[in-house]
Write a protein that binds this ligand. Structure first.
Ligand code: BES
Ligand code: MN
Ligand code: ZN
Length: 491
């Protein structure tokens, strides 16, 4: 599907009018009424512009076949535009013709183009890639599809730019959703590495992949310990660097948990929803997507991405509870529970990041604890940070983008719960309480005194229920949040 931004009238015979529920609604509806052969009163009676409300009408003037009215509610925000347009285009994509016109001018919606286009493009994403039956394809979302967006003339250039950003964002988000949705036999550590290498080649950033042997040489002992139960799909350590910033620009380090499947290891999980654990690389997905998108948009930033990637599986050689392992930092860890594997591999990712790159900011993302879901549900990811300015910044951006965060404390009161009798630290708290916080207290040890760090526990957000699939599916949570953060620090 191609997007054309125009200021004259569209040639398309199918036209969509997005409308706000505000003081202009009646007037806007009376303008549309003539085109569909209805009285203004009838249209005003039948369409209230509530969020996601839609109404299809047949055109009654030359060259106009169909008109869709699409409600946006009263004061939609970024995420509401994305949701409404994704939902509408997802549900009508098989009915839409090749050429569709979208009138943003009528309700003066030009400044929301990025999010409108983002939602429209996301509607093209489908989870059923392994189905053998031929699906009915969409004319609109085909090579020949054209979306003509009509806007006020003086907004043309801005809208063109915003539409490109919205489309580029959706394309990367869809790639990350597909990666998160990929089953365990189609996605293992090497696949995450290949994703990074291909994106780096295409969009111009450096990627180094360390295989198991090189991980041993580097001393990534905690990552390797988790990987011991996976002889067929060994661990990988991926380091990416994209630098398009001036010398004074801040260096941002991103670390993402890349557990491609989490059985729990010897501390094995129940089988009920274990299949969902293919999504345990959602943090890695957010990091991969952010670097890809930053490079695609040529953002003026210096970004480092680190992904410790492994499965957490069961084997005769697998890591056992009680084992004391070493780590990249040299600190020893007593493994009480092999299902608390995310913090082990992040320990190596974080200390590698700190030691080798000394970034100004470190942000890690991980589907780390079920406890974070107990605290915040599926609405917001947990934010734990040792820096109030960074935390406030991220909270503000999360409100703006709708990829929500909520802060949890990182007080030292929780620190002792991770003390081990026999090693430097243990990987499971002595009390089954405050698990999202104690996990972060564990990670804090491995940032080695860095003073500008944020940990995002995205367990409830990376993979979730939606109207676009019957089961849970990937969300690409974090890509918009982090990209917006990067855009904001360089303004
Ligand atoms: N990957 C899980 C966390 C998770 C749970 C992510 C639900 C998404 C949805 C993590 O590795 C894990 O198993 N955490 C344990 C920690 C516990 C053993 C301390 C948990 O949350 O139960
Ligand atoms: Mn686990
Ligand atoms: Zn896990």
């Amino acid at each position: 599907m191609k997007i054309n931004i125009i200021s004259q009238n569209t040639e398309a015979k199918t036209i969509i009018f997005p409308l706000l529920d505000n003081e202009h609604l009646a007037e806007n509806l009376s303008k549309i009424a003539k085109h569909v052969g209805l009285s203004a009163e009838t249209l005003q009676q039948d369409f209230k512009a509530a969020s996601k409300e839609s109404l299809m009408l047949y055109g009654k003037i030359e060259g106009l076949e169909k008109v869709y009215l699409l409600g946006l509610g009263k004061t939609p925000k970024q995420n509401d535009f994305i949701k409404v347009f994704r939902s509408f285009f997802y549900n009508s994509k098989k009915k839409l013709p090749k050429n569709v016109g979208l009138k943003l001018k009528l309700a003066s919606l030009e400044s929301y183009t990025e999010f409108i286009v983002n939602g429209i493009c996301l509607a093209n994403y489908e989870v059923g890639v392994h189905k053998t039956e031929q699906k009915l394809t969409s004319n609109f979302f085909s090579e020949e599809g054209i979306l003509e967006i009509q806007v006020a003339e003086d907004t043309l250039l801005q809208v063109e730019n915003d539409a490109k950003i919205g489309q580029a964002t959706a394309e990367t988000q869809a790639r990350i959703m597909a990666l998160v949705d990929a089953p365990a036999n189609f996605k293992y550590p090497q696949k995450l590495a290949e994703f990074a290498v291909e994106a780096g080649e295409k969009h111009g950033f450096d990627v180094k992949v360390f295989d198991e042997k090189q991980c041993i040489e580097l001393g990534l002992h905690a990552l390797l310990a988790v990987g011991r139960g996976s002889t067929e799909n060994p661990a990988r350590f991926v380091v990416m660097e994209y630098n398009n910033s001036s010398e004074k620009g801040k260096k941002i380090g991103l670390v993402g948990k890349g557990v491609t499947f989490d059985t729990g290891g010897i501390s094995i999980k129940g089988s009920a929803s274990m299949s969902y654990m293919k999504s345990d690389m959602g943090g890695a997905g957010a990091v991969l997507g952010t670097i890809e998108l930053a490079a695609k948009l040529k953002l003026p930033v210096h970004l480092i991405g680190v992904i410790p990637a492994t499965e957490n599986c069961v084997d005769g050689n697998a890591l056992k509870p009680s084992e004391v392992i070493s780590s990249y930092s040299g600190k020893t860890i007593e493994v009480i529970d092999t299902d608390a594997e995310g913090r082990l591999i992040l320990a190596d990712g974080l200390s590698y990041m700190k030691k080798n790159f000394e970034p100004d900011v470190i942000i890690d993302l991980a589907t780390l604890t079920g406890n974070c879901i107990s605290a915040l549900g599926y609405v917001a990811a947990g934010l734990l940070s040792n820096n109030d300015e960074l935390a406030d910044n991220l909270l503000n951006i999360s409100q703006l983008t709708g990829e929500k965060l909520w802060r949890l404390p990182l007080w030292d009161d929780y620190k002792d719960m991770m003390n081990s009798d026999i090693a430097d630290i243990k990987n499971l708290s002595s009390a089954p309480l405050a698990g999202a916080i104690t996990a972060a207290k564990f990670l804090e040890i491995f940032i080695d005194g860095h003073t500008n760090w944020a940990h995002l526990d995205i367990a409830g957000l990376a993979f979730g229920d939606s109207e676009f699939a019957k089961m849970k599916s990937g969300t690409a949570y974090g890509v918009r949040l982090l990209t917006s953060y990067l855009r904001s620090i360089n303004e």
